[in-house]
Ligand binder design. Structure first.
Ligand code: PDD
Length: 280
């Protein structure tokens, strides 16, 4: 495998950044994940504009033009012969002697990796439906910025794995669902209404979420962009999560409670189908 690191392509095994990189010391950096689907980057522009926003919010300089970045992503995909999989981009504030305050005139560090994923595995899981568990949301107040400060997310995902679940669904102090540890969360509630939390809340503005919202409108599905509780999720007809890494993944049990009839529901199934159709 080959990785892009600060202007050069290196063997993945010994590709490195400096020990005083601010990503390493302070989680002072941002990232994006694109899915590669049949050789194509899904939602290319959407992820790019969120990257620009994350960098701007943290006052990290934009390291290269969108066009140059597109070239690097495509070249990394090509060199790794990825037809289906993901490409990961990380930009940190760069390498400087350790000091909490920002360094002056330090170029950002840029890393890109790509890996193949077996599409059939994802399809098999989506056909069966995945398990979810709930977990308190203990993250900071700027979850709209896609930073590499993912320790609370990692703790939640690990708790899910230890209970044999695919995703941790996070909830705030009011018992309302915020999002998944690496996904946005949706339900089809008892009344058959599709719901997902509004982006005024402290959550990531998922690019897959935005793409699905457009499809929801095109399909004429009724939508209520409003918070729902863990209890409502457990009583819901359908629960599903969305992300670049999993598209639309039906959740058929939550903390061991069966959702609906315990099978992927018609809305999640349809949205996955049309999302993949338009991404192709
Ligand atoms: N995660 N919420 C969180 C906390 C996320 O980390 C992600 C993405 C999403 C979904 O966003 P999008 O649809 O833009 O992928 C929501 C990526 C895939 C990751 O951390 O690997």
């Amino acid at each position: 495998r080959i990785a892009y690191v600060n202007g050069t392509y290196q063997p993945h095994n010994n590709a490195t950044v400096h020990i005083e990189d601010r990503g390493f010391q302070f989680a002072d950096g941002v990232y994006e994940v694109w899915s590669v689907f049949d050789g194509k980057l899904a939602d290319f522009e959407g992820h790019l504009s969120r990257l620009a926003r994350s960098l701007t919010e943290l006052r990290i300089p934009i390291p290269m033009t969108a066009q140059a970045l597109g070239q690097v992503l495509k070249e990394t995909i090509r060199r790794n012969r990825v037809r289906n999989g993901i490409v990961y981009l990380q930009v940190t504030r760069g390498t400087a002697p350790r000091d909490h305050a920002f360094p002056q005139d330090t170029p950002p560090s840029v890393v890109v990796t790509a890996k193949s994923l077996d599409l059939r595995k994802g399809e098999a899981l989506a056909a069966k439906g995945a398990a979810g568990v709930t977990h308190p949301d203990i993250r900071w107040g700027r979850c709209d910025i896609k930073t590499v400060g993912l320790l609370p997310n990692a703790l939640a995902k690990q708790a899910a794995r230890e209970r044999g679940a695919y995703e941790a669904i996070l909830f705030d102090e009011m018992g309302m669902v915020t999002e998944g540890s690496s996904t946005n969360a949706w339900i089809v509630d008892e009344n058959g209404r599709l719901r997902t939390r509004d982006t005024q809340a402290n959550i990531l503005r998922g690019i897959t979420r935005a793409a699905i919202l457009k499809l929801v409108e095109a399909e004429g599905i009724e939508l209520d962009e409003r918070a729902f509780s863990v209890e409502e999720a457990k009583r819901a007809r359908e629960v599903f999560v969305t992300a670049a890494s999993s598209f639309v993944m039906p959740i058929v049990s939550l903390d061991g409670t069966r959702i609906g009839d315990g099978k992927p529901g018609p809305i999640a199934t349809r949205l996955r189908e049309v999302y993949l159709e338009q991404a192709r």
